[in-house]
Ligand binder design. Structure first.
Ligand code: NAD
Length: 275
């Protein structure tokens, strides 16, 4: 992508992240990985933070090679306060304070509510909500201290807006992230910090590939029926959203030239949910 610099706050015809440092959680796979790749193409230095250390390092190395930006891999369990705060401190020491933080790490566990194990409920909320809180708190602290402000992005879902069967903690957590983003938008305003939520429909990442047979089993239907009659049933065209679609939305939020776009959520789902 061609790069053009524009003075802060002024619109540019090209979305650029030149001079920015972006940390993306869960970026060793799926949506986070593609967001990190696109942010690097737009000129940002990149931190890949993930539970999977080997995959995080491989992703960071591949991005550095492809885009020529600085990259770093951090082994981080987003549910662990010490790991998150320690990881962010390590990043600041090596590359400086983060300008953009994408809280993307996530898991899925499906079961009807009457069978949902409390331990699974807590596990899922810990990754999505504790992780969202701990990583955004660490990022906001750096953004305030740097005096430069920044952009916080949460990976929501159509499930931030709508419910589906078998997903009680996931739907509860994704709705919760919208509230967290709105609070950060209000509290962050004085410091030039904005917060927004991306809400994708189904994307064929490892997280979704795993769910297809699980849902088929739970609902007593075939895998093809899960795709057609459950996952894509309410889209306007029966299409999956792609990692590229979601990364483009993330880039738009991250590169937006002012804090006018703040406290919002944007659904990218082939019309599954329309607001
Ligand atoms: P994925 O399984 O491909 O990637 C998730 C990544 O998160 C993995 O690299 C994993 O190692 C990492 N991770 C998991 N737990 C972690 C933890 N405790 N600490 C740090 N890293 C951890 O999944 P994906 O589909 O790319 O999902 C990414 C995000 O997008 C999730 O928040 C998910 O809920 C959301 N989302 C996905 C879809 C979809 O259809 N794939 C749709 C809407 C929202």
């Amino acid at each position: 992508m061609a790069q053009e610099k524009s003075p802060a706050g002024q619109a540019s015809p090209v979305l650029s992240l030149e001079g920015k440092l972006a940390l993306v959680t869960g970026a060793a796979s799926g949506l986070g990985k593609r967001i990190a790749e696109l942010f690097a193409q737009a000129g940002a230095d990149i931190v890949i933070a993930d539970l999977n250390q080997a995959a995080a390092q491989a992703t960071a190395d591949a991005i550095a090679q492809a885009s020529g930006v600085k990259t770093m891999a951090v082994a981080m369990d987003v549910t662990d306060e010490g790991a998150v705060d320690g990881g962010f401190a390590q990043v600041e020491k090596e590359l400086g304070p983060v300008d953009i933080m994408v809280s993307n790490a996530g898991i899925q566990i499906v079961a009807p509510i009457q069978d949902f194990k409390f331990s699974d409920w807590k596990k899922l909320l810990a990754v999505h909500l504790d992780g969202g809180f701990l990583t955004s708190r660490a990022a906001v602290r750096q953004m305030i201290a740097s005096g430069k402000g920044g952009s916080v992005l949460f990976m929501g879902s159509v499930h931030s807006k709508e419910a589906s069967r078998l997903k009680s903690p996931y739907v509860a957590a994704k709705h919760g992230l919208e509230g967290l983003a709105k609070v950060i938008a209000k509290e962050g305003a004085a410091h030039g910090i904005r917060a927004n939520v991306i809400c994708p429909g189904f994307v064929r990442t490892p997280l979704v590939e795993k769910q297809i047979p699980e849902q088929a089993r739970e609902l007593g239907i075939t895998e093809e029926e899960v795709i057609k009659n459950v996952m894509l049933k309410d889209t306007v065209d029966g299409e999956f959203t792609t990692v590229d679609d979601v990364a483009q939305v993330a880039l738009t939020f991250a590169a937006f030239p002012s804090n006018a776009l703040n406290g919002q959520s944007l659904v990218v789902s082939h019309g599954w949910f329309m607001q």
